[in-house]
Design a protein around this ligand. Structure first.
Ligand code: HAM
Length: 430
């Protein structure tokens, strides 16, 4: 048997229905805040992620799916969305051709070769936003508010961890301070952290193995080293978050796993759920557009893990519409069921999918049809048997109440009559 690749999931049935609804709700919220959808290809030149995300990050160094194509070009399957959107932003001159701020959102699959476990996949999905052309702390606040709005909509219990990791200028001093501090404790660090100390000391603060930030009480904090501009930005951001009514905790050790951040950095952790409880993360990245070859453009954004979000949404948040199944009980009824399908499908569309309709064209005995309907958990059954086929009627049965009624298919308003029978309290206008 051929199975799906490890860490990559199939999605179907009721779960796919709820997933689709989740995406629909997110899209509606994005459109209302003037975010436009942004789609980029799954494959990019690997150099984009090396330059954009950072050569020394785990995502680029260890987790990328990459290959040489038939012409020997080095290609990667995107591990995240920001670098791709920035590449497209520069390539299409969006900063010049579109009004600023430019607000984009995406819902898309991403690929990271991580050790699969619950909430951590090799093909996972993110909903993300990227906002270009606005350097204000208020726009960072709006970006974080956008993430919190989505989580609030789904009734999720979460905590926002906020930090500032400064700019190139002030981070250099902090970096030196960290190197000095941890060099004195080098022997107590794990092997990875000893390497991090040389190449990317901020990443030490994110280590899950030896966890140095928790082992020592006096680890230097970036927020003590911010320059005036970064400190002011951080303070104004906090004021704007209060004005948006967004609660957060200050967490001086949020450094993020990707290299492009400047100033604002944040993560959102779910208070319920398993160990993979980081549901979203993001921040400001004012240098990335110019690093990728564009004009100096401030930018800010976040991404939310959709598998993690989905697992936090209560199962009864969405309900599938009731199922109605149409059965033909004899050969003469089959084409009549086809005609009925056309009529009821049109009506269902005009009523915004009040029911789901399934036609079962293979003739069968009434008893068998009702057994199948029971098994499919159908709420309603439409039957065209020998009598109904001969006299142009259709029998509609409510499976819960066992009530049934015959409708004359020659009557122009019979489809509306059927809906009135199925949903007696609802007004079904013809
Ligand atoms: P990230 O923190 O790497 O940020 O990923 C964002 C979210 O994606 C995580 O908080 C998590 O919920 C989900 N996620 C990441 N890896 C996996 C995985 N292997 N399996 C399941 N879920 C996962 C970024 O990707 C940045 N591009 C965010 C951003 C946008 N920053 C600025 N703009």
């Amino acid at each position: 048997m051929i199975s799906a690749i490890k860490g990559m999931n199939d999605l179907f049935g009721e779960k796919a229905f709820r997933w689709g609804k989740m995406e629909e709700d997110i899209k509606k919220m994005m459109v209302s805040a003037n975010f436009g959808e942004f789609r980029t290809p799954i494959l990019e030149e690997i150099s984009l992620f090396k330059r954009g995300v950072g050569e020394t990050t785990d995502v680029v160094k260890k987790e990328m799916y990459d290959f040489l194509d038939k012409k020997g070009r080095h290609i990667a399957m995107r591990p995240e969305g920001t670098a791709s959107v920035v590449r497209a932003f520069v390539e299409h001159g969006i900063g010049i051709n579109y009004p600023s701020p430019f607000k984009a959102f995406y819902i898309a699959p991403f690929f990271r070769y991580e050790r699969p476990q619950k909430g951590r996949l090799r093909q996972f999905h993110q909903f993300g936003v990227e906002i270009f052309g606005d350097e204000t702390p208020q726009m960072d606040a709006e970006m974080i508010f956008t993430a919190s709005r989505v989580l609030d909509h789904f009734g999720i219990d979460y905590e926002i961890h906020l930090n500032s990791i400064g700019c190139k200028k002030c981070r250099a001093a902090y970096r030196e301070k960290l190197i000095e501090y941890f060099s004195a404790r080098k022997n107590e660090l794990c092997e990875d952290c000893r390497t991090r100390l040389e190449v990317n000391p901020l990443r030490l603060l994110d280590c899950k193995a030896c966890d140095p930030k928790c082992r020592y009480a006096d680890v230097p904090k970036m927020t003590d080293y911010l320059c005036d501009d970064c400190r002011n930005h951080f303070e104004e951001l906090q004021k704007a978050l209060h004005a948006f009514g967004v609660k957060f905790v200050l967490d001086p050790f949020i450094v993020r796993g990707l290299d492009y951040y400047t100033k604002t950095a944040f993560e959102i952790v779910a208070k319920t759920g398993g160990s993979q409880n980081a549901v979203a993360g993001g921040g400001r990245y004012d240098n990335l557009v110019s690093d990728i070859g564009g004009n100096d453009t401030p930018a800010t954004g976040f991404a939310m893990g959709l598998e993690r979000l989905f697992d936090l949404i209560p199962e009864d948040f969405y309900h599938e519409e009731p199922l109605a199944v149409g059965y033909a009980l004899c050969d003469e009824a089959v084409l009549q069921l086809v005609e009925f399908n056309k009529k009821i499908s049109n009506k269902i569309m005009t009523l915004n999918n009040q029911i789901r309709f399934l036609a079962d064209y293979k003739p069968k005995k009434l008893k068998k049809a009702l057994q199948k309907a029971e098994k499919a958990n159908a709420a309603f059954v439409f039957i065209i048997g020998e009598d109904e086929a001969a006299n142009g009627t259709i029998l509609v049965k409510n499976m819960a109440t066992r009530e049934q009624k015959s409708f004359d298919r020659n009557d122009k308003k019979y489809i509306s009559g059927i809906f009135n029978f199925m949903f007696p309290k609802k007004q079904n206008k013809q």
